[in-house]
Design a protein around this ligand. Structure first.
Ligand code: TMP
Length: 236
């Protein structure tokens, strides 16, 4: 399938039209951003790593009958996907406290949460992606039906169970991650976007070494080495 005009450029990917109006090509970029793009960088080859990691994880979810936009990986950087209308909610799933959760609530860094936490953030760069609740979702007109909000949470938890067990076998702790969902042309809500070290926190089980975008956020260095290690373990 040929890449046609660019439909959208985000921080981590470009989306291109194809000759099928319901199918797009996602091209993974080498750019890295953090803190609402206040911090910018580039890591040559990062896009190829994230494309391979995301593809492998979407294939894993498909094996568990979880509906996603993923169709197939075309090459090292390009993924063929169903076109969706993205729901402007970042669904964050947390197993271990870190990042904004520890800052907001004072929960100690690295503590295992008594149960998995699912949070919604309003996907709006101008507002800095604020934390929102179910009522905010309805008032903003993002999703009106409580049942659809419950479906998002249930899907996020199910995805967490699959990914957590998989990463555990690979010697990695799935600390937290961000998901985005969309409506496909049949109106179904399916998982979209990517699942990569840009959107997940992954710590080595033995050493707690960070193997994700926190290496960039916190200037820890060896960003690409960490992403390569994640891919190596996923494929092992
Ligand atoms: P946080 O602790 O900064 O709220 O991040 C929670 C998780 O969501 C973490 O795995 C990183 C991911 N994330 C994104 O993918 N995009 C974002 O814009 C933010 C803020 C977090």
């Amino acid at each position: 399938m040929e890449k046609q005009e660019m439909l959208y450029e985000g921080k981590g990917k470009k989306l291109f039209a194809t000759d099928d109006e319901h199918i797009v090509i996602a091209e993974f970029k080498d750019d890295l951003t953090a803190f609402n793009a206040e911090k910018k960088g580039k890591e040559s080859g990062k896009g190829e790593l994230n494309c391979q990691i995301s593809s492998a994880l979407f294939e894993l979810l498909a094996q568990h009958n979880i509906a996603t936009h993923y169709i197939k990986r075309l090459n090292m950087r390009d993924m063929l996907c169903k076109k969706v209308t993205i729901i402007p909610i970042e669904v964050v799933v947390r197993n271990i406290a870190t990042g904004s959760l520890t800052k907001r609530l004072g929960i100690s860094e690295g503590s295992i949460l008594p149960h998995t936490l699912v949070e919604f953030y309003y996907k709006d760069d101008a507002l800095g992606d604020p934390l929102i609740n179910d009522e905010h979702c309805k008032i903003l007109g993002i999703i009106q039906e409580q049942s659809q909000l419950e479906l998002l949470k249930a899907q996020a938890r199910q995805i967490n169970e699959v990914l957590k067990a998989f990463f555990d076998k690979k010697g990695l702790r799935l600390v937290d991650f961000k998901l985005e969902f969309g409506h496909d042309n049949a109106g179904n809500i399916i998982l979209a976007d990517e699942i990569s070290p840009d959107s997940c926190r992954l710590w080595d089980k033995q050493t707690n070494q960070k193997l994700d975008k926190d290496r960039f956020r916190e200037n820890l260095g060896s960003v690409k080495v960490a992403y390569e290690e994640v891919l190596r373990r996923i494929l092992a």
